[in-house]
Design a protein around this ligand. Structure first.
Ligand code: FES
Length: 80
């Protein structure tokens, strides 16, 4: 079955990103669309990374969300 880009985005949005805090990818997708492009910005805005694993599990997943929108997730991209 072929999915449209929008359908795939909705499906991706249901995936858990920060398991400790129960935050799904959709929350990060919305923030990225609003202009946040670094991992640190997304953590601060959502509370991700402040759970018991201290971001060990969700940091790579947050970066994956950013990469899907063409961002590396690093601060250096913001200052260019
Ligand atoms: S999964 Fe995000 S703080 Fe643990």
């Amino acid at each position: 079955m072929h999915r449209t880009k929008k359908e795939q985005e909705i499906i991706d949005g249901l995936k858990p990103v920060c398991i400790c805090k129960g935050i799904k990818a959709r929350v990060f997708q919305e923030r990225v669309k609003a202009g946040m492009i670094t991992v640190e910005e997304l953590k601060k805005a959502t509370g991700a990374g402040s759970g018991s694993c201290k971001g060990e599990r969700c940091t790579p997943r947050i970066r994956e969300v950013l990469e899907k929108y063409g961002h590396s997730g690093d601060l250096k991209d913001k200052v260019r």
